[in-house]
Design a protein around this ligand. Structure first.
Ligand SMILES: NC(=O)c1ccc[n+]([C@@H]2O[C@H](COP(=O)([O-])OP(=O)(O)OC[C@H]3O[C@@H](n4cnc5c(N)ncnc54)[C@H](OP(=O)(O)O)[C@@H]3O)[C@@H](O)[C@H]2O)c1
Length: 174
């Protein structure tokens, strides 16, 4: 934090449950990291603490020793990739789902179902995918290096997809 020049961080995540170097004892390593996260949270150095790429078995293991429930689980979610089991697990425990790669790292632009939907709502393909993510209850984290697209990706709050279209996008082939 000193090197970043900040007094506190908004959010801090364990990036992955079992990195290669801790494959044989990931439960123990995550429990230790989480204890440090909890201390930083209680000292108000970090506003929210969470995890990324955790599936239910990883969260179950963490919760054996955790005092504080993770506030966020950042996982890969976009139309056709819905990680239902993890999503249900997190919803039941009030863990916010952050959707990384919400445009499928660009893959959504090649999906044939997208253009007709974009035309139906008079929006771009990116906006359809990001609005879908919001309506699924996710917090989408699109990446763009282009200022025009960054604005486009934030203009999501003056239209709504129908429940049928949300369900159809969720059911697209992975
Ligand atoms: N926790 C994890 O393990 C994890 C893993 C992967 C990614 N992430 C995070 O998730 C975020 C996004 O992931 P991502 O970069 O994989 O994928 P993404 O946001 O799904 O897609 C990014 C790609 O879409 C393009 N794009 C963005 N907005 C667009 C628009 N409106 N129209 C057309 N093209 C558009 C970008 O190009 P331009 O830049 O040229 O616009 C880029 O090629 C990143 O911040 C990343 O750090 C987290």
């Amino acid at each position: 934090m000193k090197r970043l020049g900040f007094d506190y961080l908004d959010l801090y995540l364990i990036h992955t449950p079992h990195p290669k170097q801790h494959m044989d004892r990931w439960q123990e390593v995550n429990a230790g990291s989480w204890k440090a996260f909890e201390e930083l949270y209680e000292a108000s150095r970090i506003r929210s603490i969470g995890v990324s790429n955790f599936m239910p078995e990883h969260l179950d293991a963490l919760l054996e020793t955790a005092k504080i429930m993770p506030m966020v689980n950042q996982i890969r979610l976009f139309p056709g990739v819905t990680q239902d089991e993890t999503v249900q697990y997190c919803r039941q425990r009030n863990i916010l789902l952050q959707a990384y790669s919400p445009l499928g790292t660009g893959k959504v632009f090649a999906m044939p179902e997208m253009k007709p939907l974009a035309a139906k709502y008079d929006r771009t393909v990116a906006q359809i995918c990001l609005r879908w993510s919001l309506q699924m209850g996710f917090l989408p984290l699109p990446k763009s290096a282009n200022p025009y697209r960054i604005r486009e990706n934030a203009a999501l709050f003056d239209f709504e997809l129908s429940a049928e279209d949300v369900a159809a996008l969720a059911a697209l082939p992975t």
